[in-house]
Design a protein around this ligand. Structure first.
Ligand code: ZN
Length: 234
């Protein structure tokens, strides 16, 4: 038990060093530049693809517009020339329908042109940010590497201590410890509190668990799954 506690203590020191590095401005800038750069290419590709789609849609709409507009002219001309009232009325009705289609296409074209402008602006904006992010990434990565280097000796020493301790810890117990740690359980090994409560979650231990703790010196909390030891006996 003593070894496992010591293991947890050193493990915590290693985690602390990691946390200190992660908490620096340099690391935050490095991480944000890295994430921007890893996403930007995909985003630029998507924007480029959308721009291509818009161009196709615009060309289609413009072509349709020209065709309908020509037909509209034709109907208007025919209506002007016609002397048959019924025919004139029919042609005018047709012309009205075509005018509506032309209006709709007009709106669609305006909308597509507006989207195109926005897409182009986003593309430019992102493109401009890429070299800035690259610079930020390189500079801050160098600083983060330096920070890591400064702590390297300390980290190596702590890791060596962990390795030494590992040999004296029951492998099953160690595996269990690492499993919980990976699940982000804070402080896996905890003392028994007030003679009967879990030092992790404060849950009162049932009698059966208590007698097992007294017999073996260690139990697993049913509630939070932490390893509980009896501090008085340690
Ligand atoms: Zn518990």
């Amino acid at each position: 038990m003593k070894e496992l506690l010591e293991y947890q203590n050193i493990d915590g020191q290693l985690k602390q060093i990691e946390n200190e590095i992660v908490a620096t401005d340099e690391f935050k800038k490095y991480r944000s530049a890295k994430s921007f750069l890893s996403n930007v290419e995909e985003t630029l590709k998507k924007i480029d693809a959308r721009a291509g789609e818009i161009i196709t849609l615009l060309n289609n709409a413009k072509q349709q517009y020209a065709e309908i507009d020509a037909r509209l002219e034709e109907y208007i001309g025919l209506a002007d020339k016609s002397e048959n009232l019924e025919e004139t009325s029919y042609l005018k009705k047709k012309a009205d329908q075509l005018r509506k289609s032309v209006d709709n296409l007009d709106k669609l074209i305006a909308q597509l042109q507006k989207e195109m402008k926005e897409v182009a602006a986003t593309f430019d904006e992102l493109g401009k940010r890429v070299p800035i992010a690259k610079k930020q990434y390189t500079e801050n990565k160098a600083m983060v590497d330096n920070l890591k280097k400064e702590r390297e000796g300390q980290v190596r020493k702590l890791k060596a201590e962990l390795e030494k301790l590992e040999k004296n810890i029951d492998p099953k117990m160690l595996a269990y410890y690492n499993k919980l740690k990976q699940e982000n359980v804070k402080k896996v090994v905890v003392p028994l509190l007030d003679g009967s409560r879990c030092g992790g979650c404060n849950m009162e231990m049932p009698l059966g668990a208590m007698s097992k703790l007294n017999a073996t010196g260690v139990i697993i909390c049913d509630n939070c799954r932490r390893i509980i030891y009896n501090a008085r006996e340690d």
